[in-house]
Design a protein around this ligand. Structure first.
Ligand SMILES: Nc1ncnc2c1ncn2[C@@H]1O[C@H](COP(=O)(O)OP(=O)(O)O)[C@@H](O)[C@H]1O
Ligand SMILES: [Mg+2]
Length: 258
């Protein structure tokens, strides 16, 4: 069940099921492809399994109590659920931004260079280049370029969230996962993050869990509707919000529940 003209898959999710230790079946036989250079939105009411699925994509579920995980997630053909996967390398390719920005207690600049230095980058020119590039891509450069050595915690909430996005971008992942990244932000900061996602998709594969149906409709190239662990519908963004095929999708996007 996916759009006929879906561009080439970057990620292919195949019959993915996940059950937590307490017996909760959070994903039930999910199969769909996520295309490169598009914004793919996972939306639906709380408890649908959206965050669980994002965490599978960079193996963050390794850290939680999972009883059963079946199926495959192919990234460029490689099954990342294979126990032999290099999880550190995977997380460098698949970056994640969470709902609440957590900046490191360092300067703005160090927040961005930290990950690269950990990865062994010592060349000053490379670090400087990464700072400007990542801040520009996250639509934050103009606001902070004259105070890169100020503590990151002095930034506003909206700026901190864009710094967290920049921190992920500094590592040049291939895929960026964002789990309700603007849920705590004012409308202006939200607009800036959404605008930067439109730029980012030119270079990256973007997977977004939006914080509202309205944001889903504004941002989605492709949209997957999740309900209680099931993928109910997967369609072009336009179609999912204006002409959904499944009654449950229609009821949700028109505000009948949620
Ligand atoms: N660590 C966990 N242990 C047990 N159950 C969990 C855990 N995380 C999420 N769940 C349950 O899995 C289901 C899906 O949750 P989640 O993936 O967070 O959905 P969403 O992001 O769509 O709101 C919910 O029923 C939730 O309570
Ligand atoms: Mg969630």
């Amino acid at each position: 069940m996916q759009p006929a003209d879906l561009p080439q898959a970057k990620v292919s999710i195949q019959d993915l099921s996940l059950q937590y230790a307490d017996g909760t079946e959070s994903l039930r036989g999910i199969s769909f492809d996520i295309p490169a250079n598009q914004i793919t939105v996972l939306f639906g009411p709380a408890g649908g399994g959206k965050s669980t699925l994002l965490r599978c994509l960079n193996r963050l579920n390794d850290l939680t109590e999972v009883k059963k995980l079946d199926g495959k997630i192919l990234i460029e053909g490689e099954n990342i659920l294979d126990p032999k996967t290099d999880v550190i390398a995977l997380r460098r390719r698949v970056g994640m931004v969470f709902a609440r920005p957590v900046v490191l207690p360092f300067s703005i600049r160090s927040n961005l260079t930290y990950g690269l230095e950990l990865a062994g980058e010592r060349r000053k020119s490379r670090l400087t280049e990464a700072v400007e590039r990542s801040l520009s891509q996250a639509a934050l450069w103009e606001e902070v370029k004259d105070r890169l050595d100020d503590p990151a915690i002095a930034l506003s909430g909206g700026q901190q969230q864009r710094l967290c996005l920049a921190r992920v971008l500094a590592l040049q992942p291939a895929i960026i996962l964002l789990d309700e990244p603007t849920s705590g932000l004012d409308p202006i900061s939200t607009g800036k993050v959404e605008a930067s996602l439109q730029e980012l998709k030119k270079t990256y594969t973007v997977v977004l869990v939006p914080h509202s149906v309205q944001q889903a409709a504004r941002t989605a190239d492709f949209a997957a509707f999740f309900l209680q662990g099931e993928l109910v519908e997967y369609a072009h963004g336009e179609e999912a919000f204006t002409n959904p095929k499944d009654q449950r999708t229609e009821d949700y996007v028109t505000g009948r529940f949620g």
